[in-house]
Design a protein around this ligand. Sequence first.
Ligand code: HEC
Ligand code: HEC
Ligand code: HEC
Length: 403
Amino acid sequence: MRRAGWFVLGMVFAGGSALAGDALATGEYNARLADCGACHTKVGGTPFAGGLGIDTPFGTLTSTNITPDKDTGIGGWSDDTFVRAVTDGIGHDGKYLYPAMPFPSYTKMTRDDVLSIKAYLFSLAPVHAPSVPSGLAFPFNIRMSMIGWRLLFFSPGVYRPDPARSAEWNRGAYIVEGPGHCGACHSPRNIFGSTDASQSLGGGSVGRWLAPNISADPRWGIGDWTAGRIATFLKTGVEKTKGVAFGPMAEVVHDSLRYISDADLRAVAVFLKSAPERTQGATGAVATAAALAQGQTLYMANCAKCHQKDGTGFAGAVANLSANGSVTSATPDDIIDAVLSGLHGTGTYGTMPSFAGKLTDQDISDIANYVRTGWGNNTPANATPALVANLRVQAAASLKQNP
Ligand code: HEC
Ligand code: HEC
Ligand code: HEC
């Protein structure tokens, strides 16, 4: 296989030195990039000891212990066993893993990168934490059903650099498609839970949240962001004119992207600016003029003191809701989720209270539609009380699962 330039860049990053400390630093960096700790750590638990409940459309899966404990973790595993689990989705005991573990993305990682993560994990203190059985619904509780799934949807194989593209572009593509597993959230999935390659990065759902279109389409994607703005958003979670990372994306920035080098984030931005444009936008505007007027009244009473009457917020403190990609995306889920659950606050931004106990499904639907159409946002008003009711149940359930 041709060795592309980014591989060489990787060597430069690693310092080309055989010192154990440098190798561990590379492993820690790659574990951050792949965000292994986000799923393999339960709320308030020891990093990498597993036990986090992960909601899938088929039920709840629990992540496993990947500390080097010999009995309950990966302490006794060979290199090949580890690489097979991470890049091929086959567990240490030969079990097929469910794709909630993003092996369909990690399959693109180089063996060296995967083994650097193993070396890092083996440098940590072992934690004794037996794994918890998963609560999947029939037939998805039958691991063997993964055989058919794999045949249909899984294409194993390391990332192949495109020789016609620059080293930077290839590094960005490798990160987005491989360790960064951006598409695991940002690509739509079919009813079998497989991401749709023909609509890659066109927007997908993560539990109750929408991970919006991040293709290069200027209206529905992020084609109108400069590469610099994309890189800044990824590093800090904040891009003043475009919005603030919240929900699952705030966690991705907090646990992973803020540790990533400027050069790597720049490479990601360069690749995203050239990713195929996905143009599937919003459909089904249903709000009446009377409902929109009611939405405006409720917005002025509940939201305007922070977000201002014109939605612009306060740079550095309160998010701008006009010309904000996650507010003007195909579905209104993220506005509704933000209002239902409240937000922790990213960077210098303040916290936003939950309105779940204060506003009805109809109220929140009306407000979401007002925000989607207000101040030149010009996005179809497709929120409905039924959608709010559904997201309200999901928000309550996920708070119960991982309080
Ligand atoms: C999006 C969540 C998520 C991320 C990110 C993630 N994992 Fe997992 N992982 C899981 C879940 C869930 C399982 C259990 C899957 C199952 O039961 O089929 C799992 C299973 C595993 C297993 C298999 C254990 C066994 O019993 O054989 C290993 C090893 C593993 N993960 C390592 C990693 C490493 C290393 C990374 C980072 C490169 C990583 N995981 C990132 C969710 C995740
Ligand atoms: C765990 C799921 C998840 C992963 C993994 C993830 N994202 Fe996101 N992302 C989201 C969600 C949900 C949002 C919407 C909330 C927000 O705007 O912060 C989002 C928002 C964004 C936005 C803002 C879009 C807009 O129009 O406002 C960008 C840019 C972005 N993500 C890029 C990335 C990149 C690049 C990666 C991979 C390195 C990535 N994301 C990985 C869930 C995810
Ligand atoms: C007390 C001040 C406050 C009030 C009241 C408030 N918000 Fe927020 N809102 C914020 C802050 C601060 C953020 C950024 C927090 C973050 O991203 O973690 C935010 C973020 C958001 C976001 C996510 C946008 C982004 O890019 O971060 C949406 C959508 C939103 N608010 C909608 C509303 C709506 C609708 C209302 C009224 C029902 C409302 N907010 C009331 C302070 C407030």
